[in-house]
Design a protein around this ligand. Structure first.
Ligand code: KIV
Length: 271
């Protein structure tokens, strides 16, 4: 029997034993109650309340504008829906980079006000003190390396990271550092699959890939992307499991037609 099917509630230890046993970890983002309820019931092990909410929920171009209060609002909605998955919440841009006291304060607010189970922070060595401080309060931390969207203005583009030796070596060092500090897992975003596989084999905490190939311990996708709600975003790593753009557009146009023609509501749909 698989580790995850035996447990009522997914914890960080469950994820670590899944890695040990070679069981893949399925993760998705969610930002609201209704979607999180579906995702949790389907059996996803980890739900990330990602700061991608800034893009897909609020319509911003980057993840930078979303605030700590807004992340807490999304996290509260997700936590209310979830009975089994581990809920991880992104510390948003500007809520932890200042210093470790700021990081701890922000992480405590997320845990206290939303009831989530862990936080995620982007970066390695440069945020080491903040990671240590948050961990010291008993808050599980997930790392995030490779393409870190909160640094988009430093990178300049959303292209694949760590293709060269120097950046790849730094990423390997940072993955080891996050492991040694006590992070329970790490997201690897948009890096060559050989590098992701090498990192995954070299550390004993789970790696969760997005655009990082099949060698990672788990995979994550942004829920709006995998449901095909947004037609304009088509990176190579994205597999669409539904075409909700078409389904929803058909539903809306059907409704408009029925309202205009007087077909809706019918007698049976009236009191
Ligand atoms: O914010 C987010 O959705 C993320 C995932 C892409 C990993 O960080």
């Amino acid at each position: 029997m698989s580790v995850h099917s035996e447990v009522k509630r997914i914890t960080t230890n469950v994820l670590k034993s899944m890695k040990k046993k070679g069981e893949k970890i399925a993760c998705l983002t969610a930002y609201d109650y209704s979607m999180a309820k579906l995702v949790d019931a389907a059996g996803v092990e980890l739900i990330l309340v990602g700061d991608s909410a800034s893009n897909v929920m609020a319509g911003h171009e980057t993840t930078l504008p979303i605030t700590l209060d807004q992340m807490i609002y999304h996290a509260q909605s997700v936590v209310r829906a979830v009975s089994r998955s581990l809920v991880v919440v992104d510390l948003p841009f500007g809520s932890y980079q200042g210093n470790s006291t700021q990081a701890l304060k922000s992480a405590i607010r997320i845990m206290k006000e939303s009831g989530a189970h862990a936080v995620k922070m982007e970066g390695g060595k440069e945020i080491e003190e903040s990671i240590v401080r948050v961990l010291s309060a008993g808050i599980p931390v997930m790392g995030h390396l490779g393409l870190t969207p909160q640094s988009i203005y430093k990178f300049g583009t959303y292209t694949v990271r760590a293709k060269g030796n120097e950046e790849a070596d730094l990423l390997k060092e940072n993955a080891k550092l996050l492991t040694d500090l006590g992070c329970f897992g790490v997201v690897l975003e948009k890096i060559p699959r050989a590098l992701a596989a090498e990192v995954t084999a070299s550390i004993d905490i789970p790696t969760v890939g997005i655009g990082a190939g099949s060698g990672c311990d788990g995979q994550i996708l942004v829920i709006h992307d995998m449901l095909g709600i947004n037609k304009d975003f088509s990176p190579r790593f994205l597999r669409r499991y539904a075409d909700l753009h078409t389904e929803m557009t058909n539903a809306f146009t059907g409704y408009i037609k029925d309202v205009k023609s007087g077909d809706f509501p019918s007698e049976r749909e009236s009191y």
